[in-house]
Design a binder for this molecule. Structure first.
Ligand SMILES: Cc1cc2nc3c(=O)[nH]c(=O)nc-3n(C[C@H](O)[C@H](O)[C@H](O)COP(=O)(O)OP(=O)(O)OC[C@H]3O[C@@H](n4cnc5c(N)ncnc54)[C@H](O)[C@@H]3O)c2cc1C
Length: 266
């Protein structure tokens, strides 16, 4: 899968075969729908999370807001057929974006044999990466009196840049659950968060996370809540905020990332 023959600074046009050939047509079609970069570096940022740094000229000047995600084509970049080259699309929150360096960092969790987890596990420097540009509604509400974050390992990949972007004078609350301490991502303003451990319990329908949110001493007035990660846990926490604490629904931003038995949730 490693694509070593594209020099780091080469443009896509330079690497295209002649446009009249079937391969040229396929490449132009891919270019129309996908951006292309290259894995520059990987790092084991937490016990089951790899940080994957992707760079290339196409990553200059993207429109990205903290909390948004990109969709990765997990196929084999060297496959002959277009579908093989795209493979399954899987969505990953952007952990860090540097428009000047033209780099995006992702944090991909290793939890099984699905196309996304396998792509994240096997990515190494030189791998060509095709992806759709940043998108998504999980972004900070600028008018919030305070922000409340709730989610597990995968959600913390989106919360990381959101927490870095909250102005220092705006209060932050939240609970970020992980299986173990070693699964925690380094988060800005972590002292304002509780970080419950669920141990061997499932992250789905997590009572641990709900209890941790219940235990937070929140102001009487609603702020804005960001609930991400496992879908049914999100439903439980959203239900608690709306029904028990009487938050307006519009103050609760939800983004399910995965749920047991469902593949590729976006
Ligand atoms: C907006 C959005 C942002 C996302 N951001 C990230 C991110 O930053 N980092 C990240 O790692 N993932 C993230 N995800 C999840 C990611 O897109 C994939 O769904 C995930 O990597 C599983 O893909 P897969 O191909 O390996 O497994 P699939 O083939 O899609 O699923 C196989 C099985 O794995 C289970 N599964 C999926 N995720 C988990 C999990 N975390 N723990 C336990 N079981 C799981 C599924 O329920 C399913 O039963 C995000 C999803 C969305 C929608």
């Amino acid at each position: 899968m490693v694509h070593n023959d594209i020099p780091a600074q080469a443009t896509i046009a330079e690497t295209n075969p002649p446009t009249g050939s079937p391969r040229g047509l396929r490449t132009r079609l891919l270019d129309r729908f996908f951006l292309e970069g290259q894995v520059l570096e990987t790092e084991q940022i937490a016990a089951r999370m790899r940080r994957i740094r992707i760079g290339g000229p196409a990553l200059h000047g993207l429109n990205w807001l903290p909390g948004q995600q990109i969709r990765i084509a997990t196929g084999d970049p060297d496959a002959e057929g277009i579908m093989g080259r795209i493979g399954d699309l899987r969505t990953y929150s952007v952990w860090h974006y540097d428009p000047d360096a033209a780099e995006i960092h992702l944090c991909v969790m290793d939890h099984g044999e699905g196309p996304g987890a396998t792509w994240g596990r096997e990515a190494k420097p030189g791998l060509a990466v095709r992806f759709r540009g940043p998108e998504g509604s999980l972004t900070l509400r600028p008018d919030a009196g305070y922000h409340l974050f709730a989610g597990e390992e995968t959600a913390s990949a989106a919360f990381g840049p959101m927490l870095r972007a909250v102005p220092g004078h705006i209060p932050v609350y939240g609970a970020i659950e992980t299986a173990t301490e070693a699964d925690r991502l380094p988060l800005h303003r972590a002292v304002a968060l509780t970080r419950p451990l669920r141990g061997t319990a499932s992250a789905a329908r997590s009572q641990t996370l709900l209890d941790a949110i219940r235990a937070i001493d929140l102001p009487a007035e609603p702020g804005v809540a960001y609930l991400a990660g496992e879908a049914r846990t999100i439903q439980m926490i959203s239900g608690y905020l709306v029904r028990e604490r009487h938050w307006p629904r519009r103050s609760v931003v939800t983004k399910p990332f995965w749920t047991p038995g469902k593949r590729g949730m976006d």
